[in-house]
Design a protein around this ligand. Structure first.
Ligand SMILES: Nc1ncnc2c1ncn2[C@@H]1O[C@H](COP(=O)(O)OP(=O)(O)OP(=O)(O)O)[C@@H](O)[C@H]1O
Ligand SMILES: [Mg+2]
Length: 273
């Protein structure tokens, strides 16, 4: 008789390392009705694919993440943290886990700092996609890169070869970054930073209705890579969001009559390489 492959149990929360975690989406077993693809970013830089979906009669946005091989970023993490398991390296470098950790912290922090829930598009948890959902993505030519990862490693990860996805509220297509709201949006970024979440990708494309929607590049403390950096470099990582906010206003020519500035150049310390 053919031996059946053991299916690993679905974790209740991820990732299993120090720090914040995201919970499994409550309707993770329910049928997903795929409605349309959202966003139009460049294929090569993308963490995955975002869709408008319906689950149990409610609409959401689902971000489906590409598979991630931590060996691809070994050049970056190995000099800092040395020989750690590939799973540990992934918890701190894979965009899927970056979102889990950031949204996990937002959930924890909401009790002591209710304002933080306005800073990001609401997140409802993670799930793993079924075979039927995978077929739909294949039909839509969404390549999740399974052929590029080491299958032996992938099978040992949470979810194995099932694609990982994060469920969020559906936002409008408007970034909402206007003259009137600049101070409010900067305050939201600062609230996240105060909770030791660094988004690291502050751009108009990643803001919807004045809230951050993309945490795929974020670092949330405790973070083994951030803690392994020298003090000067760690400082520049922690100030990245503020630098990017100012650059965004300038690059996008957003009117700023009140001269809202996130970081004054005098307070910037040089990057140490
Ligand atoms: N919750 C949401 N509601 C509405 N639109 C969304 C939502 N999440 C993402 N999008 C759309 O999908 C795009 C891509 O989402 P996101 O930035 O999270 O993914 P990404 O893989 O980092 O893509 P990119 O490389 O284009 O930034 C967003 O710029 C936005 O237009
Ligand atoms: Mg993005």
């Amino acid at each position: 008789m053919a031996k059946k492959r053991r299916v690993p149990p679905i974790p209740e929360e991820l990732p299993p390392c120090d720090g914040p975690k995201l919970s499994l989406f409550e309707h993770h077993d329910s049928k997903i009705e795929w409605l349309e693809r959202l966003g139009n970013g460049e294929e090569s830089t993308r963490d995955g694919y975002v869709f408008r979906v319906k689950i149990k009669r409610a609409e959401y946005a689902i971000k489906v993440f590409k598979f991630y091989d931590p060996m691809e970023s070994e050049y970056f993490w190995e000099p800092l943290i040395g020989e750690v398991s590939l799973h540990t390296a992934a918890y701190y470098t894979d965009p899927f886990y970056a979102e889990c950790r950031a949204y996990g912290r937002i959930r924890e922090a909401t009790k002591r700092r209710p304002k933080i829930s306005d800073a990001a598009t609401r997140c409802y948890g993670f799930l793993f996609l079924s075979e039927k959902d995978q077929k739909y993505l294949e039909e839509k030519k969404c390549d999740l890169g399974l052929a590029k990862v080491d299958l032996a490693y992938q099978r040992q990860t949470a979810g194995g070869v099932r694609p990982r996805a994060i469920v969020k509220s559906l936002a409008s297509s408007d970034h909402g970054v206007t003259e009137l709201d600049l101070k409010k949006i900067l305050d939201r970024i600062l609230v996240l930073n105060r909770e030791r979440i660094y988004n690291m990708d502050i751009r108009l494309d990643n803001i919807k209705d004045g809230k951050l929607v993309d945490f795929g590049s974020s670092w949330t403390e405790p973070h083994i890579l951030l803690h392994a950096l020298d003090a000067g470099t760690a400082y520049s990582y922690r100030t990245t969001d503020r630098v990017m906010f100012d650059e965004m206003l300038e690059d996008e020519n957003i009117p700023n009559p009140k001269n809202i500035v996130a970081i004054h150049s005098m307070t910037l310390r040089p990057r140490y390489n």
